[in-house]
Design a protein around this ligand. Structure first.
Ligand code: COA
Ligand code: AMP
Length: 637
């Protein structure tokens, strides 16, 4: 089929408001928006002002009302507990209504914040939708973060309620969540009123008598009392959720998502980008703690009346590298979405793809890869082994849905390896040099998006309009700065190459080296430090920290290195995968004192590098190189 992409993109460009007004018909509104876009409200304008709606209603109630009550909405597949559960739209609505009643009885009201710190279990999705139902604002915190990170989020959002579980399960290990939650509440300046804790049989938690409530008993009680909770009408511009993501300091940024624009954009993406039909099975193998999980495990597929797979496991090791193929076969998955790192992990275990051939994956129509750069090798391998289109798509927590990708729903365009293909309607992507001038095709520069951002993108940061302006809108006036570097070729294909800030991508997880440096520097024996992202065959990048020890310290450096590794794990969490700390005599710096992190990275990655003209003492790079070599990293070419 010839792609209608160009026509659709041009139609959007000619009249963005007409385009989004048409897309908004996919959504049920309690009151239609007064304006499609109001440029005079919010930081750069707001979408669908005056409209009233409810995200839970659009995800569940309307589908139950229109005959989908018995269709699975969610398939929970957990190889780590040996569980498969099918939750129909009808059953899910019942759970969500009961949980919304529990929230309401605990005093949660429209606009109040609910922190959700949960593993990949259906109750996590119920917790999100129950908040949406009563107009409360949820903020999901990824389970691999430490107590300190959870505390920052509880405190910044001033959450009234925390919903959690007794444990997560990583591989074969039960990871207790409750001690982390208790520690976070101790640290946090703001204390939530109550905690609702889902007890898992793998590891039960002790509940705090005055503060904690058993999730399952509270929900059963609400069901017994027959409490019905109608969907609270909220403004399209009211916040649905806040998702904290790494910024360039230790203080994460609370990305706000509204209700109306979010639903319109996700709905459009489901049919026109992913090409997913209602009733089909979609699987985003991510975690609800990340934006991919919000958009494409929970909201997108449900808005579309599709079936979503919620998978509690890994691509390898639970139990083996055939896990993905087993799930695709068993549940009839038509579209799989994951991060390239998962495919690199699978390929390492099963380079010939023999395990794939043991499963019937014939219902699979496409693989979508995002979260990090999809290296051409991995894309080619997946194409050859799965025999379906492999679609790299580029976006961020801030945008909430793909900025660029090959829109299978509109008809596929030719594939170019290494490129996330073309901008989707809503996004006018340009490449600017550091002075803000457009560069010619094929030239690397700052990737920016012309304002206004489309529906679904963040209107601002939580309680921090000024920080949003400063970090995203000021450097290139009139544009949103993505903090990615890349280029656009003569055919309009976008190539995203790296970040322009200190963010690194570790196994598809977004982390700030700046916040790791803050933690390393807090060790009593560390005088100064630098953390860089070093290339890793599976995870894409992993952090490595270089530590300069205080002059008066005589302890063994290996001991300090071990302590610093433990400190990052304790403060940031295991997800940081910070396993390498190297004590060095000095850090390489420019004459004005700037640490030459980019050159250190090139040395560690075994790439060619030039002695920076501004370096203070060239000998330091030789020392760094020797230290890396001693740890098995590259030798200077
Ligand atoms: N709760 C508690 N701990 C968690 C966790 C969670 N939800 N998620 C990860 N962790 C821990 C892991 O157990 C591991 O701890 P360890 O150092 O004790 O082994 C650490 O955090 C790092 O986890 P991870 O980066 O996931 O590494 P891994 O070696 O366990 O698995 C991959 C590597 C590539 C298989 C895995 O990262 C993966 O499947 N990633 C791709 C999919 C994805 O989720 N992408 C996100 C955006 S789309
Ligand atoms: P997150 O906010 O966690 O989704 O991370 C967003 C960042 O991940 C982007 O700014 C990019 O740096 C990177 N990223 C995501 N998808 C891609 C992709 N398809 N290609 C290259 N980089 C990507």
């Amino acid at each position: 089929m010839a792609s209608s992409y160009s026509d659709v993109y041009d139609a959007w460009k000619q009249d963005p408001e007409a385009f989004w007004a048409k897309a908004a018909v996919d959504i049920d509104w309690f009151r239609r928006p007064e304006r499609v876009f109001d440029p005079d409200r919010g930081v750069y304008g707001l979408w669908f002002t005056g409209g009233k709606t409810n995200t839970c209603f659009n995800c569940l109630d309307r589908h139950v009302a229109s005959g989908r009550a018995d269709q699975p909405a969610l398939i929970y597949d957990s190889p780590v507990t040996g569980t498969v559960e099918h939750w129909t739209y009808g059953a899910m609505l019942e759970e969500v209504v009961a949980l919304a009643a529990v929230y309401r009885d605990l005093g949660v009201r429209k606009g109040d914040r609910v922190i959700i710190y949960m593993p990949m279990i259906p109750q996590a999705a119920f917790a999100m939708l129950a908040a949406a139902r009563i107009g409360a604002v949820h903020s999901v915190v990824f389970g691999g973060f430490a107590a300190n990170e959870l505390a920052t989020r509880i405190s910044d959002s001033a959450a009234k309620l925390v919903v959690s579980a007794s444990c997560g399960i990583e591989g074969g290990r039960a990871i207790a969540y409750k001690p982390l939650l208790d520690a976070a509440i101790d640290i946090s300046a703001h204390k939530p009123d109550r905690c609702l804790v889902y007890q898992r049989k793998e590891l039960r938690a002790e509940l705090h008598p005055d503060r904690d409530l058993d999730f399952a008993s509270a929900v059963s009680e609400a069901k017994r009392s027959g409490n019905d909770v109608a969907c609270t009408p909220v403004l399209a511009t009211d916040p649905l959720y806040v998702l904290y993501t790494s910024g360039t300091t230790g203080q994460p940024k609370g990305v706000v998502r509204d209700n109306g624009g979010h639903m319109v954009a996700l709905s459009w993406s489901m049919h026109s980008f992913f090409g997913l039909k209602p009733g089909e099975v979609f699987w985003a193998a991510s975690d609800i703690g990340w934006v991919v999980g919000h958009s494409y495990i929970v909201y997108g597929p449900l808005l579309n009346g599709s079936t979503s797979v919620l998978y509690e496991g890994k691509p390898v090791g639970t139990p083996d590298a055939a896990a993905y193929w087993r799930v695709i076969e068993q549940h009839g998955v038509t579209k799989l979405f994951t991060a390239p790192t998962a495919f690199r992990a699978i390929r390492k275990e099963d380079p010939q793809g023999e395990l794939i051939r043991r499963h019937d994956i014939s219902r699979l129509r496409a693989l979508f890869l995002a979260g990090e750069r999809a290296d051409p090798d991995t894309v080619a391998w997946a194409e050859a082994k799965l025999n379906v289109p492999v679609i790299d798509n580029w976006w961020q927590t801030e945008t909430g849905w793909p900025v660029a990708g090959n829109p299978i729903g509109l008809g596929l365009l030719p594939v170019k390896y290494g490129s996330a293909a073309v901008p989707l309607p809503g996004y006018d992507v340009e490449i600017l040099d550091d002075a803000g001038h457009p560069v010619s095709a094929g030239t690397l520069g700052n990737v920016v998006i012309k304002l206004p951002l489309p529906p679904g993108c963040l209107p601002t940061f939580w309680n921090a309009d000024e920080r949003f302006r400063e970090s995203c809108l000021t450097e290139f006036p009139g544009y949103y700065r993505t903090a990615d570097a890349g280029y656009i070729d003569d055919d309009g294909y976008i190539f995203i190459m790296s970040r322009t800030d200190d963010i690194i991508n570790v196994a598809g997880h977004r982390l700030s080296t700046g916040s790791m440096e803050e933690i390393c520097a807090s060790h009593a024996d560390v005088a100064e430090c630098a953390v860089i992202g070093v290339a890793d065959a599976i995870k894409g990048q992993v952090p490595a920290g270089f530590l300069v020890i205080n002059a008066n310290v005589s302890r063994a450096t290996t001991e300090i290195e071990r302590e610093v590794v433990a400190l990052v794990r304790e403060r940031l969490g295991p997800v940081a995968a910070f396993k390498t700390a190297i004590c060095v005599k000095r850090l390489p710096k420019t004459r004005s004192g700037k640490i030459l992190r980019a050159t250190m990275k090139r040395i560690a990655d075994c790439e060619s590098w030039k002695m920076p003209a501004t370096i203070d003492d060239p000998a330091v790079l030789e020392e760094i190189s020797a230290a890396l070599k001693a740890r098995g990293y590259c030798i200077i070419p």
